[in-house]
Every structure is written in C-alpha cells, then in structure tokens.
Ligand binder design. Structure first.
Ligand code: ZN
Length: 318
C-alpha cells in the first residue's frame, strides 16, 4: 500500500504519530463538534489519517462490492428509494465529505454497516426494529457520523502505525508486502475494525446533531439505543452474537440524553415519524414473509453476521 510504504522506514516517527493520534480530544463547550450551527464548516475528521479522500473511496468501493457479493440485497425499489431518501437528507445535514451510497441488505440484526468513503449498508433488522422514522434516522445518522469523521480509515491508520512501530526493520519488506495486499481489492477486514470508545461516542454525538439539523426528534436515537439494550437483555445469546464487540453501555444512553439537553436547543416541532415509514415497514414485513427459506434460518448461508466477530456497525465498537 503506497501510504504505508511511504512510512515504512520511519518506524520511530510512526510511533510518535500514533501517540499523537491517541491524544484525548478536547471537550470544551467551544468545541465546534458540539455546535450543530457549525455543521458542514468544521473538521470532524481531523486526526491522523494516511488515506486520501480518493484512496478512502476506492477502498470503500472495493469492500462494498464484497459485501454485495456476500449478503443479500433488498432490491425492492420502494424500500430502497425511501431508505436512500432518509439517508441523503441526513447526509445533506452532516459534515460528510463523501457522497453517500446506501443499500439495504437482508439481515435481521438491528444494525447498519458503514464502510469508508460513504458506503453504507442498512440492515432490514434496523428498519424492522425501529418504531418510527426518527429511530431509523437515528441509527443511520450514527453511521453517517462514523463516515463523516472517517473513523474506519483513521482506525486503519492507527492499527498500521502501531504495527509499524513494533515491527523490526528487518521485516519491513514483509510488511510492505502485507500493506500491498491490504490495498483496494483486498478482503474486507470485518472483525479487525473495532472503533474505540471515543469514536463510538463521537458518532453518537454527530448522529444526534445530524438528526436534529435534519428536523428529527433526536430522542429517536436514544429510543433506538434503549430498544437494542432491552433486546440484548431479552435475548442474550443472540445479542452476544450481534453485539459481541460492541456493547451498548448505559453510559452511551445517558451521554446521548445529556447531549440532547445541553447542546440541542429545543425546537417547537420535530419529525417523529411519517406514514411513509409505516408503509415501507409493512412492505418489508410482507417481503420477509415471502422469502423462503428465510436466509437467516439457513445455517449454510454466508452472511456478514455469522462469524462472531464480524460486525462494525451501528452499535459498533468499544
Ligand atoms: Zn458506531
């Protein structure tokens, strides 16, 4: 990988850069990230990143192709168009530098997958779990937060920097070879990509702001979190599979409630739900019933969620 190779003889420098990337972010009231009036005019993706915008988009495109080959997409035009419209409205009210490309995929877990470069996959389970458009928008806005802040490529950069810093120079050739294999076209490293706690709460904060700016009740995100939390408690086995590396802590719910109170000036009116949401959900339920056998019941079907550590989405990561 060119980006990696450029740094391969600078293991010490990489260590310094990595240390810088780990520095805690300032969390003062003046932090532009906490001011929804500055959406679109602030650098929410600031931080060590060895990927250019173009490189990130190429990587996201390659990974998105793999997701599409391994998961079943929803090709219903009404559902796709609706979910896309909700997402594009959020994206217009976000800091994202990438055009958003949204697909809906059959997967019963209430989640979504954000890839680098603006590629997002919304699970049918997220739509079916949501009780309102605001809840669905909350889940999607959180993902757009990850995309806008370029969390995947920043996480990859950190991982590469940390590995570079510990690899003896004698193995550099090997690492460069490894880097080349990881460039566009390489396998989607689901499971390697765990957002840390800071990125996760940043995506929560950005998601709340994007929903709010798009006119939604930001409590939709809190409601969605609470739903997932109660699902986790009710079905611990299933939840363990879904949320193994992304526990939804009570802290996140409390933090989101606090952010809403402190940062988002109350509006006289919010969009909570639409009749269109209800229609799309009913259509999806009918579509799921028609599918035989339901792919989630087929143990041989390869899905993104079969493997215990394959997950980087909505409730993503600590
Ligand atoms: Zn997340």
């Amino acid at each position: 990988m060119r980006i990696v190779r450029g740094f391969f003889c600078l293991a010490a420098a990489a260590a310094v850069l990595f240390a810088q990337s780990q520095a805690p972010e300032k969390a003062s009231q003046k932090d532009p990230k906490k001011d929804p009036d500055q959406i679109g005019n602030r650098q929410v993706d600031k931080g060590l990143n060895w990927y250019s915008i173009d490189k990130e988009m190429a990587l996201g495109k390659a990974w998105a192709q793999q997701v599409q080959q391994n998961a079943q997409m929803v090709d219903d035009p009404v559902i796709s168009e609706y979910v896309n419209r909700v997402g594009q409205n959020l994206a217009r009210n976000s800091d994202a530098k990438f055009p958003l490309i949204i697909k809906v995929m059959h997967d019963d877990s209430p989640n979504a997958l954000s890839l680098p470069g603006g590629f997002m996959f919304v699970n049918t389970g997220l739509i079916l779990t949501a009780a309102s458009e605001a809840e669905l928008a909350g889940g999607m806005a959180h993902e757009i937060g990850h995309i806008a802040a370029r969390h995947v490529t920043r996480t990859l950069t950190r991982q590469q920097a940390s590995q570079l810093a510990t690899i003896p120079l004698i193995f550099i050739g090997g690492w460069a070879g490894y880097g080349a294999r990881q460039s566009a076209g390489a396998l989607l490293p689901i499971g390697m990509l765990h957002f840390d706690r800071a990125f996760e709460s940043e995506a929560d904060l950005l998601g709340l702001e994007y929903m709010y700016k798009a006119g939604y009740d930001p409590n939709g995100l809190v409601d969605m979190f609470e739903k997932i939390d109660s699902l986790t408690k009710k079905k611990p086995g299933r939840a363990a599979r879904i949320f193994s590396d992304h526990p939804l802590t009570g802290d996140r719910i409390t933090a989101a409630q606090k952010d809403i109170q402190e940062l988002l000036k109350s509006q006289p009116q919010y969009v909570v739900t639409t009749s269109e949401f209800e229609q799309v959900k009913a259509r999806l339920i009918a579509l799921e019933h028609k599918r035989k056998p339901a792919p989630q019941d087929d143990p041989n079907r390869p899905t993104l969620h079969r493997a215990p550590d394959k997950h980087i989405g909505l409730v993503a990561a600590e």
